[in-house]
Design a binder for this molecule. Structure first.
Ligand SMILES: Cc1ncc(COP(=O)(O)O)c(C=O)c1O
Length: 398
């Protein structure tokens, strides 16, 4: 797109009107018309199954799914489309890896202290198999503590599972360095890319991550589609997770021959409309360009921070440039859900409240949660000003 124009972009999102200010994109992004139309195209023109029947409709679905897989591959810089596994969401991708490794008693997994439940619970669940989960504590302002991270390693470390950009405070972890250290120790690394993929240019080969999981629904795509990227040689080594139709080359009553990745992991009929729609979302993101996306989000977060710093308690570093599109805060003396309800009732401002699935972090601080406004490229400075004014009014009630 030549010259980013937010007013023009907003026309692609019919839900954006004067009655709603949507600041909940970290939970779920809005969907442009192009994505919905692409999904309708599937349902209206070729609503068949991919990879099985040989008729024309089936071949068309197969071709569209293949194109979508290649869009994802290109967007994240993967070496081959076979490294892109479609899942139902990021949680499923992370569970896939957690369940596909043959763990031994005493194996260790390192996570950060700011993991979403989706990148914490799958590892905690392994404790019953004798796996040890080590939590790397960050700095007070939410930034990554490299020394604490290095101290977590032992001879038994088997995997590092770390969030790229936190959904709590928007802080980006230094993934390239984290990967380098992990690999020097001979340890695989899985990165939770849910809050980075929709907002910044990703190159999995440059970052050298082993696994990278993310959701489609936070990146303009429909609900029900996620992606697990994995290096081909590692995907070949993993055990299967959910098995059945499509995951085998052949079967008898006694056994079966495994398929190759990605089919090895994509059991049963897939969400073809969703996958094809997500391919369109990737094209849309590429057209807008991540430089423009980051620039717009930073501008909005800097504005929100300058208008509200000192009036609310900001979660994470005070420097808005370190918090991507996330502005999480508390108003002393107010319950988080009450603040969110007031914002919704007064000006239709949609924000998230509570622990936003990072209960462990809030519990460790004896906090109930926070209010989170999360900005995306379709939001405007005008909306941020209205939001700041409403927050100020709520502050005056205390
Ligand atoms: C950092 C992070 N990880 C994981 C998830 C879970 O994603 P999904 O709903 O696609 O499983 C989220 C969703 O909010 C998230 O923000």
């Amino acid at each position: 797109m030549f010259g980013f124009n937010v007013d023009k972009v907003r026309k692609d999102f019919p839900v954006l009107n004067e009655k709603i200010i949507y600041f909940d994109s970290a939970c779920m992004s809005l969907k442009p018309k192009q994505v919905v139309e692409k999904m309708n195209e599937y349902y209206y023109k070729y609503p068949a199954c991919s990879g099985r029947s040989g008729h024309k409709l089936a071949k068309q679905v197969e071709n569209e799914v293949d194109l979508a897989r290649r869009e994802v591959q290109k967007l994240i810089g993967a070496g081959s489309s076979e490294e892109i596994i479609f899942t139902k969401n990021a949680t499923e991708g992370i569970n896939l890896v957690a369940n596909a490794i043959s763990w031994e008693k005493g194996d260790e997994v390192i996570v950060s202290d700011k993991e979403h439940n989706s990148n914490l619970i799958p590892w905690l669940k392994l404790i019953s198999q004798g796996v040890v989960v080590k939590v790397c504590k960050g700095n007070e302002d939410g930034t990554f503590n490299m020394k604490n991270f290095k101290d977590c390693f032992s001879k038994r470390t088997r995997l590092v599972a770390i969030v790229h950009v936190s959904n709590l405070d928007g802080v980006e972890n230094p993934i390239a360095e984290i990967v380098k250290i992990s690999h020097e120790k001979g340890v695989w690394i899985l990165v939770d890319g849910c809050q980075s993929f929709p907002h910044k240019a990703i190159d999995v080969r440059k970052l050298d991550v082993d696994f990278f999981a993310f959701s489609g629904h936070k990146a303009l795509g429909p609900t029900g589609v996620g992606v697990l990227y994995g290096k081909k040689e590692l995907l070949n080594k993993l055990n299967q997770f959910i098995v059945g139709g499509q995951t085998v080359l052949d079967s008898t009553y006694e056994g079966y021959d495994e398929e190759l990745p990605p089919k090895k992991f994509e059991a049963g009929l897939q969400d073809y409309a969703g996958i094809i729609g997500f391919g369109e979302a990737c094209r849309y993101l590429k057209n807008i360009g991540f430089r423009e996306i980051e620039k717009q989000e930073r501008k909005l977060n800097e504005l929100a921070t300058s208008l509200l710093n000192g009036k609310v308690e900001i979660i994470g570093p005070l420097d808005a440039a370190l918090r991507g599109g996330i502005f999480a805060f508390n108003i002393r003396g107010m319950k988080t859900h009450d603040v969110a309800k007031m914002l919704d009732a007064s000006k239709g401002i949609a924000v998230r409240s509570g622990a936003f699935c990072v209960h462990s972090w809030f519990n460790a601080r004896k906090m109930d949660g926070a209010v989170r406004a999360s900005f995306y490229f379709y939001n405007t400075e005008e909306e941020v000003k209205i939001f700041a004014k409403e927050v100020e009014k709520i502050c005056e009630l205390v």
